[in-house]
Every structure is written in structure tokens, then in C-alpha cells.
Design a protein around this ligand. Structure first.
Ligand SMILES: [Zn+2]
Length: 277
């Protein structure tokens, strides 16, 4: 993803509201990268789901039933593959409370995004670049990767740590729950922006590219299609309306290099029974 919205200066108290449970350190599936997660997944997901519902209530779904069905089908297929992979490794808890949803929304934006807990939106403006089911799998693999790797939680946690610092953070963590609950209500009002509030970092974007290739491959989509897809995105970038999908992402050349580098790993998942890890 994917954002045009710069980080709004949230009051520290509002950030404190998000800190309900200290989870601290976690590990990203497959890549094994350590990450700081300060927010309770269930609280974050609850906010996310509410924000997503609000967004969906105010943005029209595409009336192209066939394309909408393709978005749902591809998304579900990749999410299922990831769930099977994690279940086989006794790690289903990672996706506990996720409620996958894949919607095609009417809009000129060449864009797609995913909110915490598995709430995905693809804009119809992206379809010409996506071109076919495998192209769509590149996009959805990437967005699903952001969700599975809990990049939203991590990003907000990083901001929290940055803004509150040690002492304020520990106060917030031990804060009286009625206060937290009150502020949380306020936070719900921001729900619609939650998915686009904090741009992902380069590290997260590159990780989503790597995991996205693996996830699409697990679902039976040829990850080599990613090179063609990103080349089409780059070509679109030179057009009159640069794709939003590129705005927060690694530069085109670098991305193609990364994808070329990540492909051999992803192809192991595509080509047959994989037992990495
Ligand atoms: Zn992304």
C-alpha cells in the first residue's frame, strides 16, 4: 500500500488509548523478522473492522460483478493457502480474529489497501494494470502480506514508542481502563482513516513484496507474473495519473531488483510441496 494521507499529529493521549495490552516483541511468519507490537490485536482489529465498515458504507462497490467476484475469489484463495500453511506449522493463532474481506470499490485510483485483520479494498482503477487473475494475485498477495505480518500494528507501535517515550509509555500501559475506554471511543471516529493513516516503512513494503510472492505461489499463482505486473505499474507511472500504489513504495527499479532476488524462494512454494522453515 498505499497512502496519500500524511500522518496527522495525534495527541499523545489518543495514542495512549491504543496501548491496551503490551505484546512487545513478535516474529513475522516466514521471514522471522522481529517486530515491536504494542497493541492488542483484538482491539486493533475491532477498530479496524469498524473503520472498514464505515468506509464501505460511504464508497460504492463496483457493479462489475465478474471483476468483483474475481477479487473475492483470488483473495480468498490466497488467504486460505496462508491459513493452511500456518495451520500445518501450529501457528494458526497468528491469524486469530482475522475476518478476511475483499471488495472491489468504484474509483479511478490505481490502488489497493488492507486494514488490520484482513480487510482489503481494490479500486476499479487498478484493474487495467492488473489485467488478469494472476496480476490480481500479485496485488492481493502483497496486501495480504501486510495483514499477516501485522504491519499496521507495528507501524502504530513504532509511532507510539517514538512519541511517548519510555516513561509516558509505561504510564499509558498501566493506565486506568475507564480513561482508556473513553479515549478509545474517540479513536473509533478515526477508524475510516486507520488503514491509510500511517504509511508503511520501506522495510515493511519490501517484506510485503517478498511475502506476497510466497503467498501467491502457495495459492498456485505463478509468482513470476509479479515482474510483468510491476513493469506495467511503472509504465502507468509515466502516464498522466501516477498510480497511488507506487507513492509509498520502493522505487520501481529497486522493486524489480528485489522481486528478481525474491523469486527463487517463492518458486519453491509454487513448484511443489514445500517444507521451508
Ligand atoms: Zn504495500
Amino acid at each position: 500500500m498505499v497512502t496519500k494521507t500524511a500522518l496527522k499529529p495525534w495527541p499523545a493521549t489518543l495514542f495512549a488509548a491504543f496501548v491496551l495490552v503490551l505484546v512487545s516483541c513478535a516474529e513475522v511468519p516466514v521471514t522471522g523478522r522481529n517486530q515491536l507490537l504494542l497493541l492488542s490485536e483484538s482491539d486493533l482489529n475491532a477498530m479496524s473492522f469498524q473503520g472498514y465498515r464505515k468506509f464501505m458504507a460511504t464508497h460504492p462497490l463496483s457493479d462489475d460483478q465478474q471483476a468483483a467476484e474475481m477479487v473475492r475469489r483470488v483473495g480468498r484463495r490466497i488467504a486460505d493457502a496462508v491459513e493452511r500453511y500456518l495451520a500445518a506449522r501450529g501457528k494458526s493463532h497468528i491469524l486469530q480474529g482475522y475476518r478476511w474481506e475483499f471488495n472491489l470499490v468504484e474509483g479511478k485510483e490505481m490502488n489497493a489497501w488492507c486494514m488490520p485483520g484482513g480487510k482489503v479494498v481494490v479500486y476499479t482503477g487498478l484493474l487495467p494494470v492488473v489485467k488478469n487473475e494472476t496480476g490480481l494475485a500479485v496485488v492481493l498477495g502483497h496486501e495480504i502480506a501486510h495483514a499477516v505480518a501485522r504491519h499496521g500494528n507495528e507501524r502504530i507501535s513504532q509511532e507510539l514508542a517514538l512519541r511517548l517515550g519510555g516513561a509516558a509509555l509505561s504510564t499509558a500501559l498501566s493506565g486506568a481502563s475507564p480513561v482508556v475506554a473513553g479515549i478509545l471511543k474517540q479513536a473509533y471516529g478515526l477508524g475510516a482513516d486507520l488503514g491509510v493513516l500511517l504509511p508503511y516503512s520501506r522495510v515493511q513494503e519490501t517484506e510485503a513484496d517478498r511475502l506476497g510472492l510466497i503467498f501467491m505461489a502457495m495459492a498456485g499463482y505463478d509468482p513470476r507474473a509479479a515482474l510483468d505486473f510491476w513493469k506495467r505499474m511503472l509504465a502507468a507511472e509515466k502516464g498522466p495519473r501516477p498510480p497511488e500504489l507506487l507513492s509509498t513504495h520502493p522505487s520501481g527499479r529497486k522493486r524489480l531488483e528485489n522481486i528478481t532476488r525474491f523469486l527463487p524462494e517463492a518458486l519453491k512454494y509454487y513448484n511443489g510441496p514445500v517444507k521451508p522453515e
